[in-house]
Design a protein around this ligand. Structure first.
Ligand code: NAP
Length: 529
């Protein structure tokens, strides 16, 4: 059984931080969790972890792909071995229901295994060969071979809202390790014990599969100091982050101010607009209303893909939706939010909506009685003119709140879509008579969002090869990549071209004879030869 000690994990050692102490917190009772006491680190531990990661980098990235894949699979197995303890601790620290956390553990394990397969299959290397053309005139062509290599050690900031799947052993860590990059995680203060448990699982997996010391480290630190020191450290070559726009942008600034700027892949804020088109509303207003209320309140609305904005043309069908959504919403129980800070931000956000002229609250969930840090779901209504006039209505209110915008006609819907900031998702509820409207909206929405979905709701992000969980600013700081799905690995890779390298010096992935039996692009043609 893994026993929590409150120590940081630096490579294969456990280190008690001396820069302060912190206890984990139970948001459901508003009480500190007495044991263990976490020792907080500072620049000294950043230096130690970063130096070790730099030393580990070449040894780790040049291991055979099968060894790297076995490491990822071993992490998945270790997490499953401590599954019950992990879920119990995560439940205590986050207030998230056990069933949700059980699902999240499955997702975390599935994600690690997906990346293990990806590593074994080797497609992510994008091995590409342009054979030499010695007889070409007027100039011969050299032998050119391209493959992708890892950028270097990666700093990961665990997300508060996914204590397993987007934290210590989550998607950023899994994709960076799969790329061949050592990882240093800055644990989120909202789930310190969960972080240590997951960190110890990774540490053990690294030891048992013979990974170099320093391939993985986990740091605890209160406040911004340790995070900024980590991003500023010259050993770090890329950053993965999920959290607030303010936090993400602060880290982007630190990264850009370095003598050597580095990429920060920050997933920040999105209100995930849902358009309900006329034929869909005519045919299914009540069902859409009920499903919307379920999606809005899932996980106390603490999803980056929460449907925070719903739009439709005003009329009797929209009224049917409103009645169904309101009836479903009033029955929703209040739910504990992840932290006191997130709860306070939620209260500020809903108070700001309450105070906005031209915006009415039309439905609320069950009122909060004795629960600590709980959110009561809320649905607001405004009109298109008001939405277009007030940029504040595009601000993310993290939690179970959404604004319904009534438009007078389709051109107003299009105008609003044009005004959107970048989004992780955009949704269309449509039936067959809506195709012309949908086509016009799609042209706009594909400029605005990373994922466009039809007749569903955006909460629920599949971990697969075709998934995109990204989008234009401010949903992320870099619209070119996804943080979920197998192509998340691309964030931590860069292409290198080898010109006329003798086979004896070449990586196996690019050798003549293709010893790894990879699919490679050879003279423009995909071949497994
Ligand atoms: P956060 O305040 O942005 O913090 C996330 C992580 O980044 C924490 O480890 C935090 O460290 C660190 N951090 C934040 N600002 C930093 C800075 N200036 N320099 C260095 N490190 C920094 O996010 P949160 O605590 O998870 O939640 C707060 C708000 O973020 C929510 O109310 C919500 O609006 C938003 N949020 C959005 C998403 C999303 O997916 N879009 C997910 C979660 C949260 P410290 O805690 O030590 O400062």
């Amino acid at each position: 059984m893994t026993v929590l000690t409150g120590e940081m994990l630096i490579g294969f050692s456990a280190v008690r931080g001396q820069a302060g102490e912190q206890r984990a917190f139970d948001p459901a009772t508003n009480a500190e969790i007495p044991a263990p006491v976490f020792g907080l680190g500072d620049e000294a531990e950043v230096e130690r972890a970063a130096t070790l990661a730099t030393k580990a980098f070449d040894a780790y990235r040049t291991l055979p792909l099968a060894r790297r894949a076995a490491f990822l699979e071993a992490i998945a197995s270790k997490l499953l071995e401590i599954g019950d303890a992990l879920i119990a601790r995560a439940h205590e620290e986050t207030g998230l229901p056990r069933a949700r956390l059980q699902g999240e553990l499955g997702r975390t394990v599935g994600q690690l295994r997906l990346f293990a397969n990806e590593v074994r299959e080797g497609h992510f290397l994008r091995a590409t060969i342009d054979s030499a053309l010695p007889e070409r005139t007027p100039l011969p062509r050299a032998d050119l071979r391209l493959m992708k290599l890892p950028l270097g050690p990666v700093a990961v900031f665990g997300a508060s809202n996914f204590p397993l799947a987007f934290s210590v052993a989550g998607g950023d860590t899994a994709s960076a390790l799969a790329a061949g990059a050592p990882v240093i995680v800055k644990a989120h203060g909202a789930h310190l014990g969960t972080s240590e448990l997951a960190g110890r699982a990774i540490q053990l997996a690294a030891q048992e599969t013979g990974m170099p010391d320093g391939t993985f480290s986990l740091l605890f630190g209160a406040g911004r100091k340790i995070g900024e020191a980590l991003v500023a450290h010259p050993a770090i070559k890329a950053v993965g982050f999920t959290g607030s726009r303010q936090g993400g942008l602060a880290l982007v600034r630190v990264a850009n101010a370095r003598p050597e700027p580095i990429p920060v892949y920050a997933e920040m804020s999105s209100i995930n607009p849902v358009f309900m088109l006329p034929d869909a509303l005519r045919n299914r207003a009540e069902a859409i209303g009920r499903d919307f209320a379920d999606s809005l309140t899932l996980g106390a609305g603490q999803f980056c893909t929460n449907p925070g904005l719903v739009l439709a043309i005003d009329g009797p069908e929209l009224q049917r939706f409103l009645i169904a959504a309101s009836l479903a919403l009033v029955a929703k129980q209040p739910q504990t939010m992840l932290t006191q800070g997130i709860h306070a931000a939620w209260q500020d956000g809903t108070r700001a909506l309450d105070a906005l002229e031209g915006v009415q609250k039309i439905a609320q969930g069950e009122p909060v009685k004795a629960q600590c840090n709980a959110a009561q779901a809320a649905l607001y209504v405004t009109d298109a003119k008001r939405f277009l006039a007030d940029g504040a209505l595009q601000d993310e209110v993290f939690g179970p709140a959404s604004v319904l915008v009534r438009a007078k006609d389709f051109s107003e819907l299009l105008e609003i879509a044009e005004r959107f900031e970048g989004q992780l998702t955009a949704t269309l509820q449509l039936d067959s008579a809506d195709h012309d409207d949908a086509r016009a909206l799609l042209t706009v929405l594909e400029r605005k969002a990373g994922r466009i979905l039809v007749n569903g709701f955006p909460t629920g992000v599949e971990v697969s090869h075709a998934m995109v969980h990204g989008g234009p600013f401010p949903s992320t700081s870099n619209a070119m990549y996804t943080s979920v799905g197998s192509t998340a690995i691309d964030r931590f890779l860069r292409p290198v071209c080898y010109q006329d390298l003798p086979d004896a010096l070449q990586h196996d992935a690019l050798k003549r004879g293709n010893p790894l039996a990879l699919w490679r692009r050879v003279d423009g043609v995909p071949l497994q030869a």
